[in-house]
Design a protein around this ligand. Structure first.
Ligand SMILES: [Zn+2]
Length: 260
């Protein structure tokens, strides 16, 4: 099981919360959502999370998984990570997307059948779900796909090795030029000719002290879906206090927060 895997292939990025691989080379791409106040899925397959009892439309985690699986498929197809071979034949991994919701969260499902909705499960149902899927697929073809534990571990290690650490583009986020602004003296000199808008240096907002352990985790949890975000993402929200009210939102849920 790999956690927080960030893959990049052909300019597309997949940030995968958890990834499980078994010896049938079935890969489960898991998107983990806490949804502390529950989640509702409507007949159109649209997702809404609740925050302060108010519903907020959020990006479909099923769609997120589909995008992640497409990047993963490309990683295998391009040979960035070559899938294992058995008897000289490359085995193509089968990809499955799962949305893991915390077991205490309420999930309201629509009456209509939405494609992929069975992939939205409580996190304590994960093992049962995967075991069931394997039983369903336990035919001769499936058995032929079986790879050794060593091969599986090697494959998982190679996949983990292409993990791309996040490079957060602060300059773009704040609309600043990508290059460092010219030294002040030069800016002043240029200002005589034509006014140059020097980037205003604002004081650092008060960022909550870095705490340890669970306390730190809870500070970094998205206020809507509960996903624990990277420190940089949380910092971005704290910087934008007028918009986010000092609360933390993951990049997906930020889109749901109305601009004041
Ligand atoms: Zn969120």
């Amino acid at each position: 099981m790999l956690h927080d895997l960030r893959l990049e292939c052909g300019g597309r990025i997949a940030q995968i919360d958890h990834l499980l691989i078994n010896r049938f080379l079935e890969i489960y791409v898991c998107e983990s959502k806490r949804f502390s106040e529950g989640v509702a899925i409507n007949e159109q397959g649209e997702f809404a999370a609740f925050f302060g009892s108010k519903p907020y439309g959020i990006a479909s985690p099923l769609e997120q998984n589909r995008r992640h699986m497409a990047v993963l498929a490309a990683v295998f197809k391009t040979g960035q990570v070559a899938p294992p071979k058995r008897l000289g034949f490359t085995i193509t991994p089968s990809l499955h997307g799962l949305v893991l919701v915390s077991k205490t969260a309420r999930i309201s499902r629509p009456n209509a059948k939405i494609e992929g909705i069975e992939m939205v499960i409580k996190n304590d149902q994960l093992k049962a779900k995967i075991d069931r899927d394997i039983d369903k697929d336990n035919n001769i073809l499936g058995a032929a796909k079986l790879i050794g534990q060593d091969t599986l571990e090697d494959f998982a290690r190679r996949l983990a090795a292409v993990h791309e650490p996040i490079r957060f583009d602060w300059a773009a986020k704040f609309g600043l030029p990508a290059v460092a602004p010219a030294p002040v003296s030069l800016v002043k000199a240029a200002a005589k000719e034509q006014p140059v808008a020097a980037p205003t240096v604002t004081a650092e907002p008060t960022v909550p002290q870095e705490a340890s352990g669970n306390d730190k985790k809870s500070k970094l949890a998205c206020s809507i879906c509960g996903t624990v975000v990277a420190y940089n993402v949380a910092k971005f929200c704290w910087f934008n206090k007028p918009r986010f009210g000092g609360k933390v939102f993951c990049m997906e849920c930020q889109k749901a927060v109305p601009t004041p």
